[in-house]
Design a protein around this ligand. Structure first.
Ligand code: SF4
Length: 443
């Protein structure tokens, strides 16, 4: 059996490092003549309210431009950059366009004739992924002749790593993204994600590890400058190498293990030929998980327990929590942390996601989001039900619910929720390795 080539290259020189990574892996071997090529970067989130740290969150514009230049050098004339960026208001069609402009794709359009499109403005097609699983996938990616998949090398608090296969979740419509988070042991998030590459056209994956993200996938993670590129014409093989560089054995990452199992691909890497740098020499453990502690009744994030917080149970998010609730969960946790003044809360429990059940004996139960409200609206173990029924859960409703539960969170934290990403920027100021120009295209 021939080995699948995967290259590992240090990012040292614009264009040249990318070219070397792709050539080493023979990554354009399946590029058809006169191909219509779709580039799928990872622009998981954007806001127009504030600047925010993009390191380890969004594919660098440096790598996007290098890929466009390489495709042009190979005679490709039709190139589209496409993404389904999450914004706080699902009806907001302007922010994805602002993301493209902010990342300099308008300059790429003038310089190379590429187009940038938001999947939200384009049609989706129902695709049968097998085992009764159907998802709506952007037709632009399905109908491309060739895809260049450009994930960021990052960890993910639910899927452990977020690399090439996971990046394809950004080509699903919102309903299908939510469907991936259902609580079905046989078809949970890991199984859903493991199949996302199955219906895709021939693909080159380049994992952008110029910046890597510990406790990702978002701007509140801890970013590192790692200067790595991983390339392969086989997305699963690229992900197996990317996982190892983040410190995880492919066998330990459920969606990678499931995808390999279906293909009969050995998880020990014996089916892969790594070209370029040594994975073992470059691998650096990036933690993905948040530690929670629990006694019999109260479950808390470890920092809350270390502060001595009492009278609150806030269980760890599970696989069923999806995009919009994930977006507010961190703010709720921060707000509670600031609201704690040393006096026990009144036996409050906060439930999230789609499937948590109340703990008997708690006096007040906050149901955060439409799904958990529907799952528990008649549950007999709830003494006082306090519901935030929206999807997305609205900030004002969250404040009202927490106040009713006796947790005096500061409303300003929620009123300024759009500005929160900007607060994380200060962590990187004055550190020359964190270079915002990596996310711009030079005019
Ligand atoms: S309420 Fe929360 S968990 Fe339910 S679909 Fe909306 S974002 Fe997902």
């Amino acid at each position: 059996m021939s080995l699948i080539p995967v290259s590992v290259v240090r990012y040292e020189t614009p264009f040249e490092s990318l070219r070397q990574a792709v050539l080493l892996a023979d990554g354009l071997a399946h590029l058809p003549k006169h191909a219509r090529v779709l580039i799928k970067p990872n622009i998981v989130f954007w806001t127009r309210a504030t600047d925010f740290p993009k390191y380890g969150v969004i594919t660098t514009s440096r790598v996007v431009e290098d890929v466009v230049a390489l495709l042009k050098a190979h005679g490709v004339s039709e190139i589209v950059i496409a993404e389904g960026t999450i914004v706080r208001d699902p009806k907001d069609t302007e922010t994805p366009k602002a993301a493209f402009e902010g990342l300099g794709y308008g300059i790429l359009a003038k310089r190379y004739g590429v187009k940038a499109v938001s999947f939200w403005d384009r049609p989706f097609r129902k695709v049968d992924f097998g085992d009764g699983m159907t998802l709506n996938v952007a037709t632009d990616i399905l109908d491309a002749d060739f895809v260049v998949n450009l994930p960021v090398m990052k960890t993910h608090n639910q899927t452990m790593v977020s690399l090439g296969i996971k990046n394809l979740k950004g080509a699903l419509d919102i309903a299908s993204r939510k469907k991936c988070h259902r609580m079905d042991a046989d078809n949970n998030l890991h199984h859903m994600v493991s199949r996302l590459a199955d219906p895709m056209p021939p693909m080159l994956t380049v994992i952008d590890g110029i910046y890597t993200n510990e406790r990702g996938p978002s701007f509140d993670g801890k970013m590192r400058r790692s200067d790595l590129l991983v390339a392969s014409a086989d997305v699963l093989a690229a992900d197996m190498v990317g996982a190892r560089l983040l410190g995880y054995a492919p066998a330990d990452v459920p969606h990678i293990a499931a995808a390999a199992d279906r293909r009969g691909m050995p998880l020990d890497g014996s089916g892969i030929q790594v070209l370029g740098e040594s994975v073992d020499a470059l691998a650096r453990r990036h933690e993905y998980d948040f530690v929670y502690t629990e006694d019999q009744k109260e479950v808390l994030p470890l920092p809350f327990a270390q502060m001595g917080m009492k009278g609150l149970s806030y269980r760890k998010y599970d696989l069923s929590m999806c995009t919009y609730c994930s977006g507010v969960n961190g703010v709720v946790l921060s707000a509670i942390r600031y609201a704690w003044k040393g006096q026990p809360f009144d036996d409050v429990e906060i439930l999230t996601g789609k499937s948590m059940k109340p703990t008997p004996g708690m006096k007040k139960t906050v149901l955060l989001g439409k799904c958990i409200y529907k799952a528990n609206k008649d549950h007999p173990d709830i003494q006082e039900r306090i519901a935030v029924k929206g999807c997305p859960p609205q900030p004002a409703d969250i404040v009202a619910a927490l106040h009713r539960a006796g947790i005096p969170v500061d409303p300003k934290l929620f009123e300024n929720i759009d500005l929160l990403p900007g607060f994380f920027l200060s962590r990187y100021e004055g550190k020359p390795e964190f270079d915002p120009k990596m996310f711009q295209v030079a005019p």
